[in-house]
Design a protein around this ligand. Structure first.
Ligand SMILES: Cc1ncc(COP(=O)(O)O)c(C=O)c1O
Length: 365
């Protein structure tokens, strides 16, 4: 077993605190503690409930028709949820299929645990949507789990409800787990997809307070599933990592979920406006192109093939001289002409960041 650093997180760690215009982030603008209007004076700072606070799990369960708080385990971010699920399901050598591009630990964790990972590639030519026939072809007799993320990070792509139902049918017929990362689910602008965990005992949903609520610093995520083996295993695994959740973070998560509608409406309004700013900018570009992100808060534009610049020089000039942060495609194991552009920041930050992209590109051409 060997864990190496994610080049995505390495890039974040090196530059994100150094920059002024963060248009690489994949969350809506972070909330501050003041905005929550909370008094934590009497909060007991004790170990918590091992599955997560029952009242918090109750709020989370409301998103999953047919499920109750007993079907939820609160974790330290969707990251810990992903780790625990993969560790529970897969032995070294087992075959897993993971959508790509994706948040990189979705494939880095199973690789590090010695699994045989096949990537299901989302391509620009197919609007970054999975090809279900290709998925069927990739399934082998020893495939244990299929891992998908929609709304997708970094592309913003969606699948339809019909496609999700077809995928559920496929995994049930072949007795394979489906891990569906729904971290951005609450930032769907059209009719939201049903939650995978409600559709099948072989499906596992994971999500988090990080992205749609702008609360990555509290490190609260969760697993939702009807599958008792997964619930028991996730509990056992995450107890070994962090025992219970952070008491302050659980209190914050619950307080925000009590006012969920208000927070989400704000996030959606903000993100939709920002997406229009980016879309209007892209329409005027000669050097860049994209697939319009249907949902979520990120997109994956690319530098056109006809533009003769070294993408790495471009990203570094942008971040080091223009203090503008985007994520190079190589951090997602993509051609480095691609880059992740997030639109969760303030409109002013995005506007200036986009202008800086043009300045850096013109300087290099
Ligand atoms: C799709 C997806 N899943 C999971 C995560 C992990 O997030 P967290 O651990 O903050 O919930 C991320 C973070 O970027 C993500 O984009």
């Amino acid at each position: 077993m060997w864990f190496k650093r994610m080049s995505l997180e390495d890039w974040f760690d090196t530059y994100q605190y150094e920059t002024e215009y963060d248009i690489g982030e994949s969350a809506v603008k972070f909330l501050t503690f003041d905005e929550l209007d909370m008094d934590l004076g009497k909060l007991p700072l004790r170990y918590g409930f091992h599955k997560g606070r029952p009242d918090l799990r109750g709020y989370l369960a409301q998103q999953y028709p047919g499920l109750s708080s007993e079907n939820i385990i609160v974790t330290s971010g969707a990251s810990e949820a992903n780790f625990a699920i993969i560790a529970a399901v897969a032995n070294p050598g087992d075959h897993l299929i993971v959508e790509h591009p994706n948040y990189t630990s979705m494939y880095d964790v199973p690789r590090s645990l010695g699994c045989d990972v096949t990537l299901l590639h989302l391509t620009y030519e197919k609007q970054f949507k999975p090809d279900i026939d290709e998925l069927k072809d990739l399934i082998r007799p020893d495939t244990k789990l299929v891992s998908l993320t929609h709304p997708n990070n970094p592309t913003g792509s969606m699948i339809s409800e019909e496609e999700l139902m077809e995928i559920i049918k496929i995994i049930e017929e072949r007795d394979i787990y489906l891990l569906f990362d729904e971290t951005y689910r609450e930032l769907e602008f059209e009719k939201p997809l049903p939650a995978a965990a409600s559709l099948s005992p072989k499906a596992i949903s994971i999500a988090s307070m990080s992205k749609c609520y702008g609360l990555p610093g509290i490190r609260i995520g969760w697993v939702a599933t009807q599958n008792q083996f997964i619930l028991d295993s996730v509990l056992a695994i995450r107890e070994q990592i962090s025992i219970t959740n952070n008491a302050i973070s659980e209190e914050i998560a619950e307080s925000v979920l009590k006012r969920k509608k208000e927070f989400l409406q704000k996030s959606k309004h903000h993100v939709e406006n920002n997406r229009e700013i980016v879309s209007n900018w892209i329409d005027r570009q000669e050097d860049f192109e994209w697939i319009y992100p249907e949902a979520g808060v990120v997109s994956l534009p690319r530098i056109k093939q006809s533009v003769k610049v070294d993408p790495e020089k471009f990203f570094r000039l942008l971040v080091e001289k223009y203090r503008t942060f985007i994520i190079p495609g190589r951090c997602f194991e993509m051609d480095n002409r691609f880059f992740r552009l997030g639109f969760g920041g303030t409109p002013e930050e995005i506007q200036t960041g986009l202008e800086n992209i043009n300045k850096a590109m013109n300087e290099l051409k």
